[in-house]
Design a protein. Structure first.
Lengths: 246, 420
């Protein structure tokens, strides 16, 4: 298992508030990793830094065998390099059909001229259908994404991520607002995806993390507090103190 | 809490038979393999309506002999088609891509100026050569050039050609300028603005500033484009002195209809496929589009530049029919009107923009032309020539608040009525 993403010594301050404080984090490929931590622990800022939305004040973010520094790349370049991100709130393009959403996400040449001339081939439709099947939206391909239920939108967004075929997937609270049955299916999708790529799941819900059955990183005040199996970290004194509460 | 709706059942079954990567072979979405026109019947309907309109107007025109439609009205209709074309461009950039540009009429004006320079130069050249032909000695090239310059620039107290007229003698070069000058300005402006991630109302203000700057520059006498006099006599085509305006007006009507037809097909093609998906996605949530790996800036720049060029072509066809262009045409208010037309017609659908531009601009011609009878309220007489802008402003507010889909939204009602 090679290291795919290496974050080292990263700090970020917002108006005097240290959101990320000398954070170091590594993930291999393939690997499934859960990141937990109380509110304000820096989970979302961490994702923002990796995906290029926020530039850190110091530190390094290195990706892939060629050790590309992500700090110099724009959001779209980072996405093209192979990092996909799912937001906490489902953000799909509500005005467009499920199929159009997936088609847009399919890994293809993203330059305007190529996209302008692009007309889907049968194999592209097959790829979209396959993804829709995977996320349980096969019967909703022609529906407006805005008309889907909350859980379905979450899946559609996960489907769009898979369509991008990223090497690293960052998923922010995928199970938020889902029914227990929907959570189960989401777990399946994530575990399956992590067989061939690196997946980082940020989650609040311990039960969900337990079901993922993977290594856990606990963030606190912008840096790593503990790392290991869920049983290991939940037994950790410091973790119990700051996160689980006394 | 166990929630077991039929839907849950469905995906459980889905997940129980696993994630088959090789299954799916059914559902080869057939509609995509049909030709473009067939997939978009509205394009066909539009072209048919446009052709019918052009044919009817031609047959009833003075140029054709029937004379039910006066030459000046043929010109008004031809100009309206050009306005429809620029409205299409506005709809693509605003309605589809979400960039509220309040500067597209500047590109329209630049197109008009570019073609106007050739029209004015070539016609003046003929006049000068004719008048010098009577001289005892044949005129030198320099004398001719001097003569043309005096004729054109006498009005601003100059008698030499400014550098920007260097290509005015050549129709092909000025036609190239119609496309290249606005294209390059849009490219440079867009590159600076989009790269700096200027969006929303700030971008609109910036485009207004660009428009205002251009208009103010053109108002100056030493701008080289005759200051506030602008370019005139554009309705007279060089070498067509013997051709009556009734015929020329038809030529321009046909050219405008052709340009609108081609523009419509092009825009429909542009917004129909994945490119259309991406730009609509940019309109709705551009940050998300970035994380999908699309360079939002590159797309905005493409759309902004392409629509600027379409606007310029529309302008190049409009001003020979109007006969005159001056800097007032480029004033910021013109671009705001353009946005109003598209909003009233219904943005985000191409025919909406066309309907809005045609409807509002023709109505505007009718009101401001003094044809609308004054309304006597007893205490006050509404003179529509003055009150028209108020009415337009009010209808803009009403449409924005109550019917955001505009006139085009009516077609949804018809569609719903047919298939419930």
């Amino acid at each position: 298992m090679n290291t795919l993403l290496e974050v080292s010594g990263v700090s970020k301050t917002f108006d005097g508030f240290r959101a990320i404080n000398n954070l170091s984090f590594q993930i291999g490929e393939p690997e499934l990793r859960a990141v937990i931590g109380p509110n304000g622990a820096g989970k979302t800022t961490f994702m923002d830094i990796v995906t290029g939305k926020t530039k850190p004040d110091e530190g390094r973010v290195i990706f892939g065998e060629k050790s590309i520094s992500l700090l110099k790349l724009s959001e779209s370049r980072i996405a093209q390099t192979g990092i996909g991100r799912k937001f906490q709130r489902p953000t799909v393009f509500e005005d467009q059909s499920v199929a159009d959403n997936l088609m847009m996400a399919l890994k293809k040449d993203r330059r305007p001229w190529a996209v302008l001339r692009f007309r889907p081939r049968p194999r592209d439709h097959d790829a979209v259908a396959q993804l829709a099947d995977e996320i349980g939206l096969m019967d909703h391909l022609t529906r407006r994404a805005g008309d889907l239920s909350h859980g379905q939108k979450q899946w559609l967004e996960i489907g769009m991520l898979l369509a991008q075929d990223p090497r690293l997937l960052l998923v922010d609270e995928p199970a938020a607002g889902m029914t227990p049955a929907e959570r189960e299916h989401t777990t399946d999708i994530l575990v399956e995806a992590a067989k061939t790529r690196a997946v980082v799941v940020v989650e609040h819900d311990m039960e969900f993390v337990r079901r993922l059955d993977c290594k856990v990183t606990v963030l606190h005040e912008g840096s790593v507090l503990a790392e290991g199996s869920l049983n290991h970290v939940t037994a950790d004194e410091k973790v119990i103190e700051v996160y689980l509460g006394r | 809490m166990t929630h077991t709706s039929s839907f849950d059942q469905k995906y459980r079954e889905g997940s129980s038979n696993g994630h088959h990567r090789s299954r799916r072979d059914g559902r080869r979405a057939g509609p995509q393999s049909r030709p473009f026109i067939q997939r978009h019947p509205s394009v066909m309907i539009f072209i048919a309506c446009l052709a019918l309109f052009t044919l009817t107007v031609s047959v009833l025109s003075e140029g054709f002999g029937v004379g039910l439609i006066s030459t000046s009205f043929v010109k008004t209709l031809g100009k309206t088609l050009c306005l429809c074309l620029v409205a299409l461009a506005m709809d693509v950039v605003w309605g589809y891509c979400g960039i509220l540009s309040l500067g597209h009429m500047a590109f329209f004006g630049i197109g008009g100026y570019a073609i106007g320079m050739w029209l004015m130069y070539a016609r003046t050249e003929l006049i000068v050569i004719q008048s010098l032909a009577a001289a005892p000695l044949p005129p030198t090239a320099q004398e001719i050039s001097q003569g043309i310059a005096t004729q054109i620039f006498g009005v601003v107290g100059a008698s030499e050609f400014p550098p920007i007229w260097a290509f005015a003698h050549s129709l092909p070069l000025q036609l190239a300028a119609v496309v290249l000058v606005p294209g390059l300005i849009a490219l440079a402006f867009g590159w600076l603005a989009f790269r700096a991630r200027v969006t929303g109302v700030y971008l609109s203000i910036l485009t207004q500033a660009m428009t205002l700057a251009l208009a103010l520059y053109l108002f100056q006498n030493d701008s080289g484009l005759r200051g506030n006099n602008g370019l005139s006599g554009l309705q007279n085509l060089p070498g067509q002195g013997a051709t009556p305006q009734s015929t020329i007006s038809l030529w321009f009507l046909w050219a405008s209809a052709l340009a609108l037809g081609l523009g419509y097909v092009f825009c429909a093609w542009m917004v129909s496929g994945k490119f259309g998906s991406v730009i609509r996605a940019i309109r709705d949530d551009e940050a998300r589009v970035r994380f999908l790996g699309y360079s939002v800036e590159a797309y905005k720049l493409t759309v902004f530049t392409v629509t600027a060029i379409i606007a310029a072509i529309a302008g190049a066809l409009y001003y020979p029919q109007a006969g005159i262009i001056n800097p007032a045409e480029i004033a910021p208010i013109a671009s705001i009107y353009l946005a109003v037309w598209v909003a009233i017609g219904g943005r985000g659908r191409l025919y909406g923009a066309v309907i809005g531009a045609a409807f509002v601009s023709l109505l505007s011609t009718w009101f401001t032309g003094g044809q609308a009878p004054d309304t006597n309220l007893g205490v006050y007489t509404i003179q529509w020539v003055n009150w028209w802008t108020v009415l337009l402003g009010l209808s803009f507010v009403v449409v924005t608040l109550l019917a955001p889909k505009g006139i085009g939204g009516l077609f949804d009602l018809i569609g719903k009525g047919r298939k419930p």
